[in-house]
Design a protein around this ligand. Structure first.
Ligand SMILES: [Mg+2]
Length: 179
C-alpha cells in the first residue's frame, strides 16, 4: 500500500524571515534567482511517524511546494533516504481553477491501495474517499495529529480496499479531520 503524504502543514511548517523563535532547521532554496531562508519546524512526532509508516507502506511525499524548496526539506527529514521512496512536487500537481490538485489516479497505483494524508481538502478533491485530512500544523507543541494518522494506518492494514478503511475511520464523514 502507498501512502501519499503532504509536506507543508502536514509534516512540517515553514516560514520565511523574520525568523520564528522555534524551528528545527533552515533551508536556503534559490527562488526566482534569490536565496530565501525557510525556517522549518517539524510536526511533533514526525520522525517516529515516518520511520514507523515506512515499515508498512510505500511512502511518497506529494507536495504542491516547489522542488527547489521541498527537496531540501526532505533531504533533512530523511537524511539517509531510507524512508521516502518517491518525491512529487508542484509540477506533478494538476491545476484546476488556479488551485493545485493531487490526482492519485495518474500515478500507476491501484486506487484501492493508496491513501493521501493532507491538511488541504483541495489537494484530494478528486479522490476524497482516499483521504485522511489532518488539521494544519503551524506551531502547536501539543499537536497529536500524527498519532491519529498512525491509528488510521493500523486500521488500514486490515482492509483490502483503503477506501473502506477511510470510511470506517472517519465514520463516513469523508474529509473531516481525523479523531
Ligand atoms: Mg499542506
Amino acid at each position: 500500500m502507498t501512502l501519499f503524504l503532504d509536506l507543508d502543514e502536514t509534516l512540517v511548517h515553514s516560514k520565511t524571515d523574520p525568523a520564528p523563535i522555534n524551528y528545527d532547521f533552515v533551508v536556503f532554496p534559490r527562488i526566482d534567482g534569490q536565496i530565501v531562508p525557510f525556517y522549518v519546524l517539524k510536526r511533533p512526532g514526525v520522525d517516529q511517524f515516518l520511520k514507523m509508516a515506512a515499515t508498512k507502506f510505500e511512502i511518497v511525499v506529494f507536495t504542491a511546494g516547489l522542488e527547489e524548496y521541498a527537496s531540501r526539506v526532505l533531504d533533512l527529514l530523511d537524511p539517509k533516504g531510507e524512508v521516502i521512496a518517491h518525491r512529487l512536487y508542484r509540477d506533478s500537481c494538476r491545476q484546476i481553477g488556479g488551485k493545485y490538485v493531487k490526482d492519485l489516479s495518474d500515478l500507476g497505483r491501484d486506487l484501492g491501495r493508496v491513501a493521501i494524508v493532507d491538511d488541504n481538502p483541495m489537494s484530494f478533491s478528486l479522490q476524497p474517499e482516499n483521504a485522511v485530512r489532518v488539521k494544519p500544523f503551524v506551531s502547536d507543541p501539543e499537536d497529536e495529529e500524527l498519532k491519529r494518522v498512525m491509528e488510521f494506518l493500523d486500521v488500514a492494514v486490515k482492509f483490502e480496499d483503503v477506501r473502506d478503511a477511510v470510511k470506517f475511520f472517519v465514520g463516513g464523514v469523508v474529509g473531516e479531520p481525523v479523531g
